[in-house]
Design a protein around this ligand. Structure first.
Ligand SMILES: *[C@@H]1O[C@H](CO)[C@@H](O)[C@H](O)[C@H]1NC(C)=O
Ligand SMILES: *[C@@H]1O[C@H](CO)[C@@H](O)[C@H](O)[C@H]1NC(C)=O
Length: 460
């Protein structure tokens, strides 16, 4: 068997991997084998990353008075609540050394280190309509407006706390603008509950999930004016066991990260997942009954990524969708999530499609449909009348593809200085990463976006 073992002490494990300071021991061979298998899947996918030619008609109207007539161009902030998935844990990991790193710059919600022609994220799609949108997150430089409140390892019971933090951060950072700005808040949580439910059905069970969602939504409804809340049901974590037959490393990794999938069978998990979904539906329905006519608050369920199994590639579970820890989403999966959820925003609430197979269409983009160009809510799903002032202009594509090209003259020195700092950071990052991961540099290069600079490494 393997002669060499890696003993790694993870000093700070702030992920779903528990307990902290876990000593991970795995054979180098098993890990390298898994890496090769996964790379082979990624290569044979020939997946079209991003939307290189995205170009949609731009509406000729600045603001909206109603959440039921909300066009993407009117969104001012993208925010996220959730767990490690929303901060793209392990998404760009390339060795066993960075499996616990987060890469918020490529998160499907707020990822702002990638352009739309490299990888789709909500913020870079919305920016095509709303050039001044805020909330982007980055691995590269700490941005001023960072409304991704997701915390790796979070259970749903921690959601209300995140909601409070979002409300206060919005007030602090937007100031008086808060009340005029439309916010798009994405919620994706429950994976850690599902991974731990066999340890305590009360603490990690569906009722806790429902209650926590309810209080988080209450906090948002009362403290965040003008908001569209998009809730994604948690993925049934049991589907990860489909990867076990392809790699021993996956089994090993899941024993550390999500041990309940070894305790409960498929039927039991289906049943649990059903109860989580029922809780989610119930809570959303309650809010719709209470606030369905509100013009400043809407909440919808976005099931596009509610996968029933790992999509197949050549009759095998497509592990190219998984990050190198065999649990989180790869950059390809983040790209799919952004595109599919985006598409779903314009589907009536009871007709939303769920991604099933990796097949066609990921390079085709959806524009807000002319007959109803708004984010669908309970109200406009039945009856959608485009507002009369909403005229569409086709913007010259040069502008559409690079908003913010025009810069007032006084900004140029600032921009230059900032650019120099960026280059310095980038050089540092390159040096760092070339020393740590040279033996693992066979990742597909077009998937590896700007190298990560360590945020703790204060350069300023
Ligand atoms: C589950 O957790 C709750 C609250 O934390 C505790 O009161 C209860 O005893 C636990 N149940 C089991 C079976 O451990
Ligand atoms: C919303 O308004 C319509 C028409 O005024 C009314 O029939 C309906 O019951 C209201 N719904 C809610 C949830 O208040």
């Amino acid at each position: 068997m393997a002669r060499f073992f890696l003993f790694l002490a993870f000093v700070e494990v702030n992920s779903i991997i528990s307990p902290p300071n876990e000593i991970i021991e795995t054979s180098v061979e098993v890990f390298n084998q898994w890496k090769e298998t996964r790379n082979a899947f990624m290569d044979s996918m020939e997946y079209p990353m991003g939307f290189p030619n995205f170009n949609c008609p731009q509406p000729h109207r600045k603001s909206s008075e109603s959440v039921h007539q909300l066009h993407p161009s009117q969104i001012g902030v993208i925010a996220a609540l959730g767990d490690s998935v929303s901060v793209a844990q392990a998404a760009k990991s390339s060795s066993i050394l960075d499996l616990f790193d987060q890469f918020p710059g490529v998160s499907f919600v707020t990822g702002d280190d990638v352009k739309l022609n490299e990888q789709a994220t909500f913020i870079n799609i919305f920016r095509k309509f709303a050039p001044r949108i805020k909330g982007g997150s980055s691995d590269f430089v700490q941005k001023f407006y960072d409304f991704n409140m997701a915390i790796p390892g979070s259970f749903s019971s921690e959601l209300p706390e995140q909601a409070l933090k979002l409300a206060s951060t919005l007030k602090k950072k937007l100031g008086r603008e808060t009340s005029d700005t439309w916010k798009f808040v994405n919620i994706f949580i429950g994976h850690n509950d599902l991974c731990n439910i066999c340890n305590n059905e009360t603490t990690f069970g569906p009722e806790t999930f429902g209650k926590s969602l309810h209080s988080a939504l209450t906090i948002i409804q009362t403290n965040v004016p003008k908001v569209f809340v998009n809730i994604m049901p948690p993925i049934n974590v049991k589907i990860h066991s489909q990867a076990h037959k392809l790699s021993k490393f996956c089994e090993f990794s899941h024993r550390k990260t999500c041990s309940c999938i070894f305790e409960l069978n498929e039927k039991e998990y289906q049943n649990i997942k059903k109860q989580f979904d029922e809780q989610l539906n119930e809570v959303v329905e309650q809010f719709n009954q209470k606030y369905g006519n509100s013009s400043t608050f809407a909440v919808v369920i976005a099931p596009a990524m509610d996968l029933k199994s790992i999509p197949l590639l050549k009759n095998q579970p497509n592990i190219g969708l998984l990050a190198l820890d065999c649990f989180h989403l790869s950059p390809i999966a983040h790209d799919i999530a952004a595109k599919q959820i985006w598409k779903g925003l314009f589907e009536p609430i009871d007709q939303k499609t769920i991604t099933n197979q990796l097949s066609v269409g990921f390079d085709r983009f959806v524009c807000p449909p002319v007959e109803c160009p708004y984010l669908r809510t309970i109200q406009n799903s039945e009856n959608c009348e485009p507002s009369r002032e909403m005229r569409f202009l086709r913007v010259p594509s040069a502008f559409a593809s690079s908003p913010g090209l025009s810069m007032p003259p006084y900004m140029i020195p600032v921009f230059f200085l900032f650019g120099t700092a960026l280059i310095l950071l980038f050089v540092r990052a390159s040096i760092r990463s070339s020393t740590t991961s040279s033996e693992f540099s066979d990742e597909r290069h077009h998937l590896l976006l700007p190298l990560r600079a360590d945020l703790n490494d204060n350069i300023f």
